[in-house]
Design a protein around this ligand. Structure first.
Ligand SMILES: NC(=O)c1ccc[n+]([C@@H]2O[C@H](COP(=O)([O-])OP(=O)(O)OC[C@H]3O[C@@H](n4cnc5c(N)ncnc54)[C@H](OP(=O)(O)O)[C@@H]3O)[C@@H](O)[C@H]2O)c1
Length: 247
């Protein structure tokens, strides 16, 4: 199947590592061009070295109000077009209720929630018919994930905001979707659960009996951003090996 990505241009925030990077890799592999961003210039440089000529990047924090327009303008200045974005970001700190502090909630709100909303609405303002925006959220949209209470608190709201956004931008032919990773083996998972035996025990509750590879997530992200998914909007799509207990 031709995804129709050839020559298209996408922004991927949090795109230097993990799920964002895997999606940037899949987009570029299918002929798209990408702007990747994350906070560390070193990570941006490493990602650009690996992604090659069809990638540009900049160091930018999703919590910074200037980031959204900076990443959009880099894409437009470089290639003269913008077709969408995948919005990923670092995860909130690991705590169980009711232990997260006000400062942790505020910090996560700025980067995970308001940052995503700000990037999405800025990107959407530059899109035309056929454009698409994806939010990287979590299975916490549908059920609590032990140890990450802030994700359980913020991400259901973001998913419903994305659903609402779909109503508003659909008449312009622009799509929005949310991705719900379960356990995909990125740096975040190895830092939250460093012990390989503990990770193996967590996999026992996943129907496919293993954690996902980032590439398996990236391919789903690239497909949903692509014109091949042109009638898919307002949805939440789990990429979780069957782990969610609800439909
Ligand atoms: N992996 C999973 O199984 C899983 C499951 C559920 C939900 N999620 C969610 O999916 C998202 C991505 O997770 P991941 O596993 O890919 O994490 P990761 O491997 O830690 O990668 C996160 C990426 O985001 C960047 N980043 C972090 N904070 C940022 C910020 N404030 N602004 C811009 N970029 C930022 C990081 O680079 P810098 O350090 O250079 O900024 C890095 O490129 C997270 O929000 C996580 O909670 C992941």
């Amino acid at each position: 199947m031709d995804l129709g990505l050839d020559g298209r241009v996408y922004v991927v925030t949090g795109g230097t590592k993990g799920l964002g990077r895997a999606t940037a890799d899949a987009l570029v592999a299918d002929g798209a061009r990408v702007v990747v961003s994350s906070r560390s210039q070193e990570s941006v440089d490493a990602a650009l070295a690996a992604l090659g000529d069809n990638a540009r990047g900049l160091a930018a924090d999703n919590a910074d109000p200037a980031t959204a327009e900076r990443v959009a303008q880099l894409a437009l200045d470089t290639w003269g077009r913008l077709d969408g974005a995948l919005i990923s970001v670092g995860g909130p700190p690991g705590t169980n209720p009711p232990n997260a502090t006000d400062a942790q909630w505020r910090e996560a709100f700025e980067s995970v929630m308001l940052g995503a909303i700000r990037v999405a609405r800025t990107i959407v303002s530059h899109l035309e018919d056929g454009g698409a925006v994806g939010l990287v959220l979590s299975t916490s949209v549908k059920q609590p994930v032990a140890g990450i209470e802030i994700s359980s608190g913020l991400r259901p709201g973001l998913a419903m905001w994305a659903k609402h956004l779909a109503d508003e931008i659909g008449p312009r032919g622009i799509r929005v979707f949310s991705l719900l990773p379960g356990r995909i083996l990125t740096d975040r998972i190895t830092s939250l659960t460093p012990d390989a035996e503990a990770r193996a025990r967590m996999s026992e509750n996943i129907p496919l009996r293993r954690m996902g590879d980032p590439e398996e997530f990236g391919r789903v992200g690239a497909f949903l951003l692509s014109p091949a998914a042109s009638y898919v909007t307002g949805v939440v799509v789990p990429v979780d090996g069957g782990a969610l207990r609800s439909l």
